[in-house]
Design a protein around this ligand. Structure first.
Ligand code: HPA
Ligand code: MG
Length: 261
């Protein structure tokens, strides 16, 4: 428990409780409270929210409204801000899907920097794009995407600035962890450049039997094994222009499949 406390530096009530409760139970197991959206969660009918007209027939339901994403992001920013210490930090956005979460998360951290009386954290930003096998293929459907992802080859675009990560604290910001293979590969690659530390914030983590067990340091929501779009998550480049995180329907899968676009 002692080591856990030092490692994260987070001193909330749960940490104190965990510390007092038992030395046998690892601190991190207790304080990493996960916001789980259960399997079969009914979500919200599209009619309750403002969804782009051109997608009205292509979505099943709203799973996470944009307002809830914003509220959760604000809290993740606070957790990250407390854990960073003095920094400085390089926030590394994984494009394209991560761009909304990245921008909103960094805005929240900047707000904390402005309101804090002491200990503000200088932040530099950087951007990479990963080309994985399933991108090139264009993922004809969800199953196909998962199959392809499990073959696990990635290529980093914009990688020449990775050398500048040497000796710095890096926060990788992702939209979604699915099997975890892409992140595993990316972390291997980043570590080759000898950063001082690397932590990962992912807005979503999918519960999938294909997971290799990877868990990021900061998780927005743990979600059911469905294909999600919106808030910058795409299906063949569509749906990034929808504010809410939604489940795509069969019509959407067909209409925007690589074969039909
Ligand atoms: N939606 C969009 N992109 C993804 C997903 C998803 O559910 N899983 C992995 N990449
Ligand atoms: Mg992504």
């Amino acid at each position: 428990a002692d080591r856990g406390l030092k490692k994260t530096g987070r001193k909330d009530e749960l940490a104190a409780l965990a510390y007092a409760a038992s030395d046998c139970v690892h601190y991190l197991d207790i304080v990493s409270v996960i916001l789980q959206i259960p399997d079969g969660y009914e979500g919200y009918p599209l009619e309750l929210f403002s969804v782009p007209k051109h997608y009205e027939d292509d979505l099943e339901k709203v799973l996470i409204p944009a307002g809830l994403v914003a509220d959760r992001t604000e809290r993740l920013a606070r957790d990250i801000w407390h854990d960073i210490g003095k920094g400085p930090l390089v926030a590394l956005c994984v494009l394209k899907g991560g761009y909304k979460f990245f921008a909103d998360l960094i805005d929240c951290i900047k707000a904390l920097n402005s309101s804090a009386e002491t200990g503000s954290v200088p932040i530099a930003v950087d951007f990479i794009r990963l080309k994985s096998y399933q991108d090139k293929l264009g993922m004809a459907d969800h199953q196909q995407m998962q199959d392809d992802q499990s073959t696990g080859h990635i290529e980093v675009i914009g990688g020449d600035h990775l050398r500048s990560l040497k000796g710095r604290h890096v926060l990788v910001v992702e939209d979604i962890i699915d099997t975890g293979r892409t992140m595993e590969k990316l972390l291997e690659l980043l570590n080759e450049h000898n950063p001082k530390s690397v932590s990962v914030a992912s807005l979503l983590v999918k519960r999938t039997p294909l997971s290799i067990g990877y868990r990021p340091d900061y998780i927005g929501f743990e979600v059911p094994n469905e294909f999600l779009v919106g808030y910058a998550l795409d299906y063949n480049e569509y749906f990034r222009d929808c504010n809410h995180i939604c489940i795509i329907n069969q019509n959407g899968l067909e209409k925007y499949s690589v074969k039909n676009t």
